[in-house]
Ligand binder design. Sequence first.
Ligand SMILES: Nc1ncnc2c1ncn2[C@@H]1O[C@H](COP(=O)(O)OP(=O)(O)OP(=O)(O)O)[C@@H](O)[C@H]1O
Length: 451
Amino acid sequence: MTWSTVALLLVVVTAVLLRWRRPAWYWMTFGVTFAALRVAFRYASVMDACGLTVPPSRWRLSLARMTNRPAPESQAPRILRMRPTRTGLVLRLKLRPGQDAFDVAAATDRLRHSFAMYGVTSRELRSGVVELRMTGYDVLERVQMPTKVDSAPMRVPVALREDGAVHYRDYRAVPHGLTLGATESGKSVYQRNLVAGLAGQDVALVGIDCKQGVELFPLARRFSALADNPDTALELLEALVAHMEDVYQLIRAEQRITVNVPDAEIAADIWDLPDDIRPTPVVVLVDEVAELALFATKDEEKRRDRIITALVRLAQLGRAAGIYLEICGQRFGSELGKGITMLRAQLTGRTAHRVNDETSANMAFGDISPDAVLAAIQISTDTPGVAVAGDSTGGWARIRAPHTSLRQAVNICNRNADRTPDLPELAAFRPAVAPLASAALSLSKAAPATA
Ligand SMILES: Nc1ncnc2c1ncn2[C@@H]1O[C@H](COP(=O)(O)OP(=O)(O)OP(=O)(O)O)[C@@H](O)[C@H]1O
């Protein structure tokens, strides 16, 4: 055997091993080149086989007849750009006259196996231009967030989508969210990623954790207020409603000044206020929401009604005051009593992890997208953390958050403890935490920055 044969054999064995054990590395080393060549060489025939070509126009046919040339072939959409990414290929296509984005969307599964890719999704960028995102491997199997992500205030890169794009929880675009899932489906890890992402931003975190505080209290150093039982939760929510009313008064006061100044911007929410008077935005995380809605006695029923009323008011009016709700639970439907469906209608950012039945999936997406209901039901038990995320536009995607441990999230919160704002209205709920021992502080500083 010659040296070149041995080298070739080594390369082939390495490629096979990488593809099997480390698909992401395989993609970066071999996969991307093979895939790009495959698409470049087979593009016309695959598009033809997938029904994505249009017959030649009359004038091209006449021109061919007049010049005695063979009849021209059907034309596929023109490739405007082919961009390799960390996880796949992105193709930008200019559709031919008579084609529309639905034709491409309907053919994505055929394109997937014709180009031997793991997944293909499409979206219309503008009229007549479609983006095809192809993934080379199952990016949700072992989630690796890209090192560079867009960072913007109140926008958290929380998970990876199955098309390889980053999934952001954008509070200014979708103010309130509902995360559902059966037990052990990955809700806490998802919420932990949210906290870790928000920890470095100028935001007050408020937590209600009726699991006796086991999920959120370890992260207490970055929280401005915490409650671990329904009684404290009620007081905290009513204090938040009072805070919201104060913020509205502040906006009104600012409006009274600007309304008489010609051409001056008139504030409609906290983001329109000047930086020096803008109140800190607040994200309220509620874990195991059903605990707040359960009652056994008349007094507990009254407490429950007040809690739900406060949550509904925050959901209805909180956005302009910079108060955002992030509610998490196993189920969230009308069986939890009056006011729940009204509250759910305001929680337009939906995330469903694995659910136990179709009813639970319907609680997340029944009023938004039947396809998302189906996708949520299909999440298997052996992929905790996989979820379907959607919003009121009807768009949805399969996502998975990185597997951030509680230790990693605690380290991130401790490192950002000095960013924790003091909200005077919530001072009574500020968690009592011992000062960080210097050894613990240096340990947390040495810990990785990202999960
Ligand atoms: N994104 C993820 N990637 C890999 N493993 C995950 C992910 N999310 C969760 N897991 C694993 O799944 C298990 C359950 O996760 P988690 O505690 O978040 O579920 P949960 O829905 O909050 O459960 P419960 O309602 O019982 O508290 C954990 O062992 C966790 O390690």
